[in-house]
Design a protein around this ligand. Structure first.
Ligand SMILES: Nc1nc2c(c(=O)[nH]1)N[C@H]1C(S)=C(S)[C@@H](COP(=O)(O)O)O[C@H]1N2
Ligand SMILES: [Mo]
Length: 381
């Protein structure tokens, strides 16, 4: 057996359970690494859709793709909490290894672990609070969560690079020893099984937000298919302070295409050809549900004003302020069959809380960009 790279004080070495062997820590580490990588990539997709860099392109089809990527983001985030706790349990006695700082390499290793634990912990907690719509802090969630993701993944890559030799030798042997020490081998296997089980339970507790048949066992899923017309509500008309404007008989939707402007009442919109499409609402918080929307196809509405010249389309809400009072729709969504100015939901007139008099519904988009209570549509020139 080779000498360990860093010595532990004798008193600690004697107390470390074999269940905390490098073999267990390495296997848990791989599980954490895979989960964090999936969570990071699906998070990047969501961020880029909402803040598209010039090179970024996201398709309008299949209509359910964002629902899957964002559901995956939230489920992997939640199950990573359980995996990280198991991983920390498996290594924490080693945090007392001597020398405390030692040479520069060891110093870098210690620092990277500190940054890793801090950043991953921060990501998981802020993500969890965001799902619960509990904002107990004074910074803006999305930009901080996005920036910290790079810190967490960067620290993870450094950690993997530093630990590669340990991991390789740890994986060389079996997770459970077969050298006639059954009690120990049992406890190692038990640790790994317990970690897998708790991660599964954690994942299932939230997965019902996006997978309907898991709803009965998803105790953590805060928004699970309740709300008017069978669809959860993110922000009510009262919260957005749009009730009066939305119910005003003088309500008109203004549509501008290449300098031509038309204003339409809800009755005018109803008189145009109507289309029905099954498009999910998929919130960035991870909950999603399929709904049947009817209304005017966006491309038909634009054509009723003037020929669509191509380019992005901007949507503005009756909601006066607030982050979600407007959104921008890229050209490939403007012409999609399922992109509607929705007037009806699941067979009835749109509920006030779902965006009455009319709202944007486009396929394969985060819920946050499905602007409710529309007041203006403008082709950007
Ligand atoms: N004007 C406006 N539109 C909005 C919002 C909002 O706060 N204001 N919330 C968005 C978010 S975050 C989601 S998930 C969806 C939810 O739509 P629903 O409440 O009809 O389910 O609406 C979106 N449209
Ligand atoms: Mo949302």
């Amino acid at each position: 057996m080779s000498t360990p790279p860093f010595a532990l004080p004798e008193a600690i070495t004697r107390r470390i359970s074999p269940a905390r062997s490098p073999a267990v820590a390495a296997r848990l580490g791989i599980a954490v690494g895979v989960a964090i990588t999936v969570c990071f990539l699906t998070g990047l997709i969501s961020h880029w859709i909402q803040h598209p860099p010039g090179w970024f392109w996201w398709p309008a089809h299949p209509v359910w793709l964002y629902r899957v990527t964002q559901g995956t983001h939230v489920v992997t985030g939640v199950l990573t909490i359980a995996l990280v706790l198991a991983k920390l349990w498996s290594v924490y006695p080693r945090l007392f290894a001597r020398p405390v700082l030692g040479g520069p390499l060891r110093w870098a290793e210690r620092a990277s672990v500190a940054v890793l634990v801090g950043a991953v912990g921060f990501q998981l907690m802020t993500g969890l609070f965001n799902i619960a719509q509990f904002y107990a802090w004074h910074f803006f969630f999305t930009s901080t969560h996005y920036a910290m993701a790079y810190v967490a993944v960067g620290a993870m890559l450094v950690h993997v690079a530093v630990k590669l030799p340990v991991v390789r030798s740890a994986l060389g042997g079996p997770a459970a020893r077969s050298d006639g020490t059954p009690a120990e081998s049992l406890s190692r296997r038990t640790v790994l099984s317990a970690a897998a089980l708790s991660a599964t339970v954690a994942g299932l507790s939230i997965a019902g937000q996006s997978i309907p048949w898991l709803r009965p066992i998803s105790v953590l899923a805060p928004r699970s298919g309740t709300g008017p017309q069978g669809v959860p509500v993110n922000r009510t008309a009262a919260q957005a302070d749009v009730r009066a404007a939305a119910l005003d008989p003088e309500y008109r939707l203004a549509v501008t295409v290449s300098g031509h402007r038309k204003t339409l009442s809800r009755a005018d919109l109803r008189a145009l050809p109507q289309t029905t499409a099954a498009v999910p609402i998929a919130c960035v918080e991870g909950w999603s549900t399929t709904a049947h929307w009817s209304g005017v196809r966006l491309r038909d509405l634009l054509a009723a004003v003037a020929e669509y010249p191509g380019g992005d389309v901007v949507f503005r809400s009756l909601e006066k302020s607030g982050l979600y009072s407007s959104s921008t729709l890229p050209a490939n969504f403007v012409t999609a069959d399922e992109t509607l100015i929705a007037l009806r939901l699941n067979g009835n007139d749109l509920d006030l809380d779902h965006g009455y008099p009319c709202r944007l519904i486009a396929p394969n988009r985060p819920g946050v960009l499905q602007t409710k209570w529309l007041s203006e549509i403008e082709v950007r020139t």
